[in-house]
Design a binder for this molecule. Structure first.
Ligand SMILES: *Cc1c(COP(=O)(O)O)cnc(C)c1O
Length: 437
């Protein structure tokens, strides 16, 4: 399998980037997103008998063509099985409404899946001792950093450097970033998330840092994006046992998660419709109404992991629908919700079903319910992308209740925080240069 850059769609016929290079580069040299040159639907017999297969076997078959033999099958099976070492329960919340809980991994966010898979792929590509250490540099506003840190912990030949804005992440998130040690370093930046992001971007473009082998682990990396297909298959398999074909409602920010769902559909997974639910950062809902794509600065909301004004993966979604607006519209709907609507939904779900949804999941729920109003009789799944404990204050205040702190979180609360304070790019550069000699 070869990949090409979506900044240059004409290069598709001459696609020449291997999976390995795509994973290590993150972005193509022309700053475009990588996309597979070809998508081959899975064997019909396999899809028709999906209920006979376990998670690991499904995941292996789903990802195999995208790895293209660059990781031996037995090794890939091992990677897939370590990636999926926790559960993906489908929880019935109401008649025909299910929550797909993606938060039972080590950092309690769905990003664990992509981060664990990517870490293991990089570890494999870097396994030979003569390879130089790869440095993963990542800026985080909260969830990404924790998932990446946990996913890469102890992977040989890989060092992880996380930049986070001092005082701007929750206590739990900070503990997840700063208490692991080993090959993980947390740089605490005197600034906001955008400052962290800018420093990372500057570092990637700095020729003096070429020798540092920097790579990125954000959601545009194919090794973080593609494994997210796994749980769409897992959920669809469960509903197939009841003879149902799901509508998926996905709370969306950078649109990587829903884009993986659409890729699963392209592989032949029977899915009735996709709903991309957003907060007030409504670039895509507006595009679906007007046909005009107008990125804008992001606005802060209670579902802050989706505060994205220019979703990077939307170009991949358009590509998956052959850049045809009518094809896209037939299968894909996008709606935007305010914080007030989100809180009302959280309360309604709790009152009706005693189910606690986090703000992101609640946005997904709203998108699903609106779709089902228009298309009655459908079975819907909304993705619960983070454990409610990760948004403790908002959830407890909105529902007027206390949340039980899960084991994953209890175990880090008393650990000692370790971070390196920096306040400008030169300090980051000095750190990287010192570290690589
Ligand atoms: C990252 C994140 C999202 C958004 O996912 P995208 O793939 O960027 O659309 C939604 N919910 C939570 C909790 C997240 O951490």
């Amino acid at each position: 399998m070869k990949y090409y850059s979506l900044n240059n769609p004409e290069s598709k016929d001459a696609a020449n980037t291997s999976f390995r290079e795509a994973v290590i580069n993150g972005l193509a040299p022309d700053r475009g997103l990588y996309f597979p040159e070809k998508i081959t639907p899975l064997d019909k017999d396999f899809i028709e008998h999906l209920e006979l297969y376990e998670n690991d076997e499904i995941a292996f078959r789903v990802i195999q063509q995208f790895v293209g033999g660059e990781i031996p099958d037995d090794e890939l099976r091992k990677i897939v099985s370590e990636t999926l070492s926790f559960d993906f329960p489908l929880n019935k919340v109401e008649e025909d409404v299910y929550a797909l809980e993606l938060y039972h991994g080590p950092t309690m966010a769905f990003k664990d899946v992509g981060a664990r898979f990517m870490a293991r792929c990089l570890g494999y590509f870097n396994k030979d001792k003569d390879q130089e250490t790869v440095r993963v540099l990542v800026a985080t506003s909260g969830d990404t950093g924790g998932a990446v840190a946990s996913g890469f912990l102890g992977v040989e030949g890989v060092e992880v450097i996380i930049l986070y804005p001092s005082g701007k992440v929750s206590d739990i998130q900070e503990k997840q970033l700063t208490t692991l040690g080993q090959n993980i370093t947390a740089l605490e930046v005197d600034g906001v998330f955008d400052d962290c992001q800018d420093m990372v971007k500057t570092a990637f473009l700095d020729p003096e840092l070429n020798a540092c082998n920097l790579t990125s682990a954000n959601s545009i990396n194919v090794a973080r994006w593609l494994p997210q297909m796994f749980y769409f298959f897992i959920a669809a398999r469960e509903l197939k046992k009841q003879g149902k074909e799901p509508v998926f409602a996905v709370p969306s920010g950078n649109f990587g998660n829903i884009c993986a769902g659409i890729m699963a559909y392209r592989l032949g997974l029977p899915i009735k419709h996709f709903v991309a639910a957003t907060n007030i950062n409504r670039t895509v809902p507006d595009f679906m109404n007007s046909g005009k794509y107008e990125p804008r600065p992001s606005k802060a909301t209670i579902s802050n992991a989706m505060d994205v004004g220019n979703p990077s993966n939307f170009i991949r979604i358009q590509t998956l629908f052959e850049n045809d607006f009518d094809l896209l519209k037939a299968m894909f709907t996008s709606e935007s919700y305010t914080d007030e609507e989100t809180r009302t939904a959280m309360k309604a779900i709790y009152d009706r079903s005693e189910y606690i949804a986090d703000p992101h999941g609640a946005v997904g729920y709203l998108g699903l319910k609106d779709y089902q109003k228009n298309v009655p009789g459908t079975t819907g799944v909304f993705l619960e992308t983070a454990h409610p404990v990760k948004f403790l204050d908002t959830v407890e205040e909105t529902l007027n209740t206390k949340i039980t702190i899960p084991e994953q979180i209890v175990s880090i609360i008393d650990k000692q925080k370790k971070s390196v304070l920096i306040s400008n790019y030169d300090q980051l550069k000095t750190f990287l240069l010192k570290d690589s000699h």
